[in-house]
Design a protein around this ligand. Sequence first.
Ligand SMILES: [Zn+2]
Length: 281
Amino acid sequence: MAAVTRLFRSSSSSSSALFYIRRSLSTSAATELKSQTCPPRIDPKGRNVQWVFLGCPGVGKGTYASRLSALLGVPHIATGDLVREELSSSGPLSKQLADIVNQGKLVSDEIIINLLSKRLEMGEAKGESGFILDGFPRTVRQAEILDEVTDIELVVNLKLPENVLLEKCLGRRICSQCGKNFNLASINVKGENGNPDISMAPLLPPSQCASKLITRSDDTETIIRERLRVYNEKSQPVEDFYRGQGKLLEFDLPGGIPESWPKLLEALNLDENDDKQAATA
Ligand SMILES: [Zn+2]
């Protein structure tokens, strides 16, 4: 972890970040060779996990990453949160970020890496070790940079069929008064190709919120489908990259949190009781 932070730190100016990118691009062939012999390693007892969570918008990636980070005692680092925090701060990047976001542009790899390096440094100073990354890496270039500086053990790819994702996103509502999120969709989808059925209960609002619900303006079928298409196009190479390294764990969510959480723990060789044992130890 110290090495991670050190290397990230030395790439914290954008010129040296570019140096690391160039270096990592030139070593990508070597990475491929190394990958052939690298089996997935899942060690539930080693709590300093260095995991990455992938999954399309609406799949619930943040929820599962955050639950697992609590269970394993490692930080859940979501690059989306890092960007939002920097935007609302008076930090050195906030003005630059605001310009990029206002112009509807994508935040560059260099800025994301700067933010991530700052976050890891801060965590290291507080004695953190391990992490679950959410929203990073988004590109093969970022994945290669990450490989230069740390050893990602496992990449969990959370998946739901497109029709389920669509229904789930269309059901999203926000209370215009308290800002809480709800979901009106009651999902019951027959499993295809021998897969089990998928059901998800709605998350209904209490009576004081029920009359104040609003829909995000970008939660329309056209925009959701386009969001998924763009996500799939971008994430495919990243999935292939980790698949080639033998680190990708594909996980088809069997439903909402009550159905999926125990199955996810099972797939990760984890036991929720580990948490309680650790708490009483
Ligand atoms: Zn409310």
